[in-house]
Design a protein around this ligand. Sequence first.
Ligand code: ATP
Ligand code: MG
Length: 396
Amino acid sequence: MSLGRIDFDTVIVRFGGEVGIKGEWTRRSYERLLVKNIKKTLEYHSLNYDKIIHTRGRIYIKTGEAIKICKKLSKVFGISSLSPAVETSSNLDDIVEKTVSFAANVLSSKKTFAVRCRRVGVHPYTSMDVCRRVGQKILESFPELGLKVDLEKPDISFQIEVRDDKAFVFSDVIRGVGGFPLGSQPKLVCLLSGGIDSPVACWLVMKRGAPIIPIYFDNSPFTDETTLKRAVKTAKVLFEWAIGFPKELLVVPHGQNLLEIKEKCPEKLTCILCKRMMYRIAEKIAKKTGAEGIVTGESIGEQASQTLQNLRVLDEAVKEYPVYRPLIGLDKLEIEHMAKKIGTFEFSIERAMSCRAVPRRPSTKAKLKVVLECEQNLDVDFMVNRSIENIRSISC
Ligand code: ATP
Ligand code: MG
């Protein structure tokens, strides 16, 4: 950013286009929720602000810490973009003066500029008048710089947003993450292994407004502490995107279940049977916590257990809650790219013990009938309840 020397006093917060096109009632409730999430984020990071002004289609934060605030709020779902700005009155002379002094701080290395204006309210001038007057005054004020106006591809664009009796001057637009405010949808339980995929799946549903309850299945002795640690680290990163919401990772003991599956069932079905157990346990947790569904990081064909035939057999394990798979159509490279942007990738690739219960030749075309027959050898309800009773929660 080029703006170190400007005394910003405002952050302009814009919401996504998708929020804007909601019906009046929904839009308002989303905006109110967004304001609440913004306040929690600012408090969490000890960022000072004087007040938050919520008007139709915009939020203005009055603050002396505009740049820091923009950085932190770029991780708040529901915000499409942010700008550090300076406020003035909507009087045209004030706008001209303020923009010229803004320009004085940033123009030295620029050769071309543009002035743009958006206006809401009734004013004795048009947006075009603003652009013309401000542009003219900038050219007159800095003759030594040899500036030129370029409306197509300017080095810098001075933007003026006039709202009723106020106006805001800014030049930078910082991209927000988009999506819907967290909490605008009900909670979802998420199967979080800590690998590359499942954190991305969690993040995608958060982006659409659903807070997550991450569940890690502890397969020790087939895995060890390194696998758990990796899951905790990825959960911590995910919760940076969910400030103000509970930050608990549920750890479900699953090793004993896996041991029994290995003892009593055909080896090639181990992963299918293991996952079906996970789904059942997740379903119970969903019921208990008031969540609306189960999220996993599966995508078509990514592992033997994720062929379409196997996914269908997995789905059959749960009846009351849907299983959501946000990554279903994504390639590994696309998932990795997202994991890097989210911040989980570097932890997901840390050395961790991979599950030693995985068979050498896992079934890629499991038959439901056969799987159900195998499960006759297991006391499924007992296993599910035993795991549920021994869940622990790790605060992230
Ligand atoms: P990931 O990269 O997310 O670890 P994966 O590619 O290794 O997944 P699988 O092991 O087949 O694939 O797991 C599929 C999905 O099942 C995961 O994305 C995750 O949602 C869930 N899952 C697998 N193992 C665990 C676990 N130990 N704890 C919680 N969820 C798990
Ligand atoms: Mg995977």
